[in-house]
Each structure stands twice: as C-alpha cells, then as structure tokens.
Design a protein. Sequence first.
Length: 384
Amino acid sequence: MPQDRLVQVAAQTGLGRRVACRFCADGGPDLLVGDRLRHGATLTGGPASLYAGRVKDAHAYARKPIEELYRWFATEAGPTSPTWAALCRWIADTPAVSERLDALPGAKRQPNVFLGALKYHDGPLVGGPELIAWLDAHWPEVEATILSRATQTNEPGRCAVLAPLLASLPQPVALFEVGASAGLLLLPDRYRYRYDGGPIIAGREAWPGAPVLDCAVTGSPPASPADLVVVHREGLDASPLPADHPDEARWLRSLVWPGEDAREARLVAALAVAALDPPPVLTGRLPDDLPAFLDHAVATADALGATPVLMHSATLAYLERAGREASQAAIVASGVRWVSFEGGKVVPALYGRVPDDGRPHFVLGLDCEPVARCSPHGGWVDWL
Ligand SMILES: C[S@@+](CC[C@H](N)C(=O)[O-])C[C@H]1O[C@@H](n2cnc3c(N)ncnc32)[C@H](O)[C@@H]1O
C-alpha cells in the first residue's frame, strides 16, 4: 500500500500510527523459516509452539447458560436445518444431555462443536431415548472429538463474493489468508462461478469437475473472476486441516448442518480440487503471529512482482476486541491490500458502516472500506 494510502487508512480508522515496531520489539515467533512449517506441521521450538492447540475460552460460549445457547442455536439453524433446530430445542429441555454439555470447558460448549461431533461419529440426529442411550455408550469418543477439534467450517461458497474483488486488484495477486482452515478460500481461481443463473464463468485454473459456486447479485461487481491471476497462495491457522486428509475432510463435512445438502456437495467438490494440490497452511495464531506472516507476505509478493493480499473470513470474530484491533493495526501498517469478509460488527474499521437491511449478513471490506453486503456463505451479494 502506498504511504499516502496508509496514512489515509490510518486516519480513517483512528489508528494514526504505524504499529509494526510494537509487535517486533520482542522478536516475533520464528514462523516462516523453511519448508518444515508448511502443510500445517506443528511448530517445534520457539514461542510459537505454545500457540498450537490453545483453546479460546473467554467467549460467550463459556459464560451463557447451556439451555440459552442451544435455544439460540435452534433459531440460527432453523431456516436451513430443521433437524438441528429440533434437536437443539430438545437438548435445551433435556437435562440428561444438557448437563453433560454444560460441563464441557469454555468455548467447547459451543453447540456447533457437539453437533459436529455427533455427525462425525454417526450418532442419532434426533432427540429421544435412543440419543440418550447412544451418548451413554459413546460419550468418551464424542467428548475426545469435542476437546480436540473446533468449529473450522471452511466455506468455498464465499469465493463467489471474494473472487470479483480479488480480480479487481492489480494482477497478479499473491494471496495470504489468516484463519484459512483447510485453505479452500485460497483457490478462487480453481472454481467455477454462476451469477444470477447466468453462464458459468471458469476461473483461470479451474478444471471441468470444479464446483460451480452460485451467487445472486445486486449492484455492479468490480471485476470478473475470470480476470483473477493467483501466483502464490498461503494460509495461516491456529489449527490447519490438511485438505487431502480423509479424516479432516470428514470433520469439515460434519460441520455442515443436516439438510444443507447442496452446501455439503459443494464442500466435497472443493475438497477434491484442493486435494490435487493442497494450499500450504502454516500453524500460527492471531494476533501474535500476524506481523511475521505479513512481513513474509510483502516480501514474497515483492519477489514475484505481485500484489500482496491479506484475506480473512469468519475468523476475526474468534478474537477478543483487543486482538481484532491489534490485527487491524498490523495489517494496515504492513502495506498489503486487505480483504475482510466478516460479520458487520467484527472488523473495527467497518463496524456499523453498512446499514442493516434485516437479513443476516457479512460485510466485505477492502482496505478499511466496505464494498459489499453479502450472505455469510456467499449465496448473495449487494455491491455497494
Ligand atoms: C470458521 S473458520 C473459517 C475458515 C475460512 N476462513 C472460511 O471462511 O471458510 C475459522 C478459522 O479460523 C481459525 N482461527 C480461529 N482463531 C484463530 C486465531 N486466533 N489465529 C489463527 N486462526 C484462528 C480456526 O482454526 C478456523 O480454521
């Protein structure tokens, strides 16, 4: 990002200063040295090893009464997954099950994690005596899955919104994603797209079996996904999921709610694309490991003559407010182009800047500016 743009952005966000030195003062974790860190290998040695597997626990999931969490989740899931909605209401009214879930630590009380584990272990998906008996028999393995895994839903449908924005930047781009999960959003040039039921638009690297990502559009898209040229892709995640590992793919499929069949089919097709050439996803945590990752992004893009893009989607929400602000400050100071895809109250610079139109939505941002209101999974977009 040119210096004048940085100053402009910093002024808009109220940051008003470069923060890189603050982060660099103690020396960042030695994240990005050598191939041993690629493909999600666990970091060994140095402060970064402390980050692997750490569970965020200062969250609403840790604090709210369990019945309230499951009733809330029933309303969230209701429109697309009547199965989960009915099960969550039943759990909220069934102490034999809810007390077990209440005893889980911190963020592990998140309904999505238990429901994913239930699907992962082929448990009954409806409430009743059969489920109570099944949980009595299978709780050790269900609990182990809950404790060892997290909600890492990787939604390739979001690329239908991200790709036109990425294609509008100076090409080619070097794509870096934090909170990348299995890295499915690092492959926007390998998918196919269909807007408003029109002709299929193939990304430049798409093969014939690539999923077709459908999206309803209002407003003017900034570019076509066909114009996107990705010369480098790399992710960072607290717990990367190798896309070519069948058990990790099974977990990702388990996180898709029953009834969302089209979504699951899209995920399976995207995983097949990723498995052919899995994008590298390093192990590291925001905000601590972000400055080193940003330095690496800028240097890599520079060497390739590409535009450095830092992207994140449904990830900043997992950070406390201070972590979000520190991440934003580091990104703005780094000089990368910043593409954010988060809820409307998550990115500090975008907070409250897109009027609520009554639909659950995410906000797509570019360099601290809102550019679109969109569905959380990319099914529709309003370009602003
Ligand atoms: C809901 S998934 C979103 C995955 C992907 N960005 C997408 O939109 O499909 C959130 C991801 O962020 C990761 N994550 C959460 N907190 C993180 C942190 N503090 N640092 C790095 N990754 C984090 C999780 O491990 C998970 O893979």
